[in-house]
Ligand binder design. Sequence first.
Ligand SMILES: [Zn+2]
Ligand SMILES: [Zn+2]
Length: 424
Amino acid sequence: MKLLVRGVTVVDPATGIRPHTDILIEDGVIAEMADFLPSGDAQILQADGWLCAPGLVDMHVHLRDPGQTYKEDIYSGCRAAAAGGVTAVACMPNTTPAADSPAIIREILQKAETADARVYPVAAITKGLAGEEQTDFAALKAAGAVAVSDDGRPVPTAGMMQRAMLDARLEGLSVLSHSEDLSLVRGGIINAGETAQKLGVRGISRAAEEVAVAREVAIAGAENLPIHICHVSTAGSVAIIRDAKRRGVPVTCETAPHYFSLTDDLLVTRDANYRMNPPLRTAADVAAIIEGIKDGTIDAIATDHAPHSAEDKADFETAPNGVVGLETSLSAGITWLVNPGHITLKKLIELMSANPTAILGVPGGSVAVGQPADLVLFDTDTAWTVEPDKLVSKSKNTPYAGKRLTGRVMATVCRGKIVYELGE
Ligand SMILES: [Zn+2]
Ligand SMILES: [Zn+2]
């Protein structure tokens, strides 16, 4: 099977910008790149004037499968990924049952074989994510897990986390930390501050996140063990991680688009689609997140795609946390990071493809001969309005409903096949 992608400008984190390029794909691999290539018997994807980057790798996604497939399943989640230019997702283990056994990891991988994106399972650190007994990392790795996490819940003690980091390194698994100290959350549902006071709801202190980030960084530094911090949302977390990196601590971290684009004053609408964990913070935090992205403190942008049904999200105070994000992440990055001049497009692609692949130890992240043919084709000029009903995901709980975004995914190629075309 051959596919010829015609006339793109390649944006590659390693090699930079390359205009007027034809890309020939054979058997799922990039076979040739040149100014002009004859089509021969290849299928042609006319892409003149479009940008072409390595397929995005979203290292923090909840596919809800098994157990909550009315919110999302592996196939619908991967279709949503394809619509957002995402060709690989790391899926979190807080499913029902939890992804804490080799059998469930194998089941996820088997389903994902025919899905529209690659799926990298993240296995639970503790059985049932109960924070008590560690899972069998060697068996989970052998079954195909790429990382471990109890995402949705913190690992309760520093001692358990230290052992998990040690065992994970021995098995070649990344550790992804949901950094939250539950003893500081105390029923809070949004950021502690003016908005929480106005609404008369309990706030979540920044300290709930920062205490836990500091704990993971302390272990990583003292034991020289790598740690990846999920969904960084506060100025304090950015400062802790920046300092740790300067001291040579092997820490990496991600943030999500909502933390560099939205603030907690939106919650005065009492719309649960602005509620996620960690919560939206203030303009000062948003500025610090952007500064962390600019100076390399923040390594990756991941969505924490967390689908919930309209019924789940109906009541502001009792709704579960989380927002969908796969279909808006690239546009959000272009709209709030590239267009205002904070970072270049090449840097955005690095944060969304090359860096996550490096942290997870998986292939991809480059448009080059011999690389997997996972590509996102997009432009940076088309403006569009986010209409929840038009999202591909089973769930519509986007925090960007009605927002005007710039930059649009035109087509997505995964494993050498066109898995998404705008308007098709
Ligand atoms: Zn989390
Ligand atoms: Zn999550």
